[in-house]
Design a protein. Sequence first.
Length: 520
Amino acid sequence: MWSPLILVTGSLLAPVTSAAVTGLVVESRGQQILGDATENNNFECNLPPALSPSSDGLPSAQDIFSGEDALLKQVERHSTIVKIPSISYDDNGDPGEDPRWDVFYELHKAFAYLYPHVIGLVYTIQGSDPSLKPLLLAAHQDVVPVADAATWKYPPFSAHFDGRWLWGRGSSDDKNSLTALFSALETLLGNSEWVPKRTIVLALGFDEESSGRRGAGTIGPFLEERYGKYGIALLLDEGGMGLELLGNDTLYALPAVTEKGHIDIWLELHVNGGHSSIPFPHTGIGIVSDIVNQLESNPWEPKLVQGSPIHNHLVCQAKYSPDASPKITDLINSGDLKTLTQELVSIDRPTQYRIQTSQSADYFQGGVKINAMPEYIKLGVNHRVAPHNSIQEAKANFVKQIQPFVKKFSLTVKAFEGEDHNPEGLGLLLDEGDVVPMYDVDYNGTLILSSSQVTLNAPVSPTSGPVWDLFSGTIQHSFAFDGGRVVPVGELMTGNTDTRHYLSKYRPGRTPFHLAYKHI
Ligand SMILES: [Zn+2]
């Protein structure tokens, strides 16, 4: 996930809470799969008490990270790493072979210089009580490429600080987490008497923006080997909708407690070619274009699930900020989820796709010559799977949508052969039935469907119970302001983060334990 530029002051001045967490302190409370969630059906958004760590004997974060000097120090730290273009490209080779990774050594040199107490990619600060499972704090070092630096107000790696905002690629995704985590640890480790009770592990991937396979994908198994399955108490990673102030007196903290699933579906059409002077009524490009049009004409159904994070968020909003959106408040209070769903879909796309599976035809390749009908066409469709849908449904829907064209053009289909997470009855879905080609044309076409980047919908971390209360209470304390109220409530992440590599190592299906709070 990325966004072009961002805020410094708020997040950097409260380093610990400005990152994200995942974990399993409380083994009796499990994550929920939406649709099964009944526990929160009567969610009332009662807040646990704010928690002040004033009895821990350490200097207060408020003192350390407040004031002009503290701000400038954080600007120096943050701008130093934002200036380093640690880009991960989708087609990067392995580190050591592809020189494009070399820039990360510059980043590590900067860490060593900025934070002499903390160096490396997996940092472990041993706790004094070995019976407590570790806390895992995650962030990623890489950023997405810059398409056109000329369109930026300030150069993307300049880290220009205008007194309020620090501008630069990665300044809010996710180098803010790096700066926040390191700053907190640097301060704590600077106190020679400080030893955490619970072991703290920092896991810093370097290719989150292009799947996370090499970074977090390697760190996950390493940590599992070291701590065993389900051996982490809490994981805090980036992600979430940040902070939202409503009515000047209520500040919502919206860490993601779940992530949408992900699947890229690829369609390859091999079809007869020929000379363009005597073309078929449809070339392969025409056939695949029909399929794209069919998909776009049939978007996924939005659904607001009772007890889901977004529903709970709106319950909190209706309770503490009823005038912020009177229509939503009325619909929440009346329990009219259908109308509320339509209302949410009409607000904007970010809101819509928190309750709807997205599909986006992003890749199209076909044709090599202006006077030859193409023989090979490739289409790629990106899907982000909403909590009430599944990977299997995404595949089944794709097969369903291509059916009219399979029949019309008498195509042979090979769908998702040898893959996991296929829908039940895939063979039946592929039943081509009576083939009635519209012309006496033998396209001799074969459609091959395959998928990549499959990530199952993340389970929902609990937003009640002792772990949540600790997290929520700490946020309420850290972001407290005069005359106002801080309301932490879980939300949903429409993209995926490195968390998926840690969850896949630790997730025991639907049995108790994870907590995947994402950054604020
Ligand atoms: Zn990110």
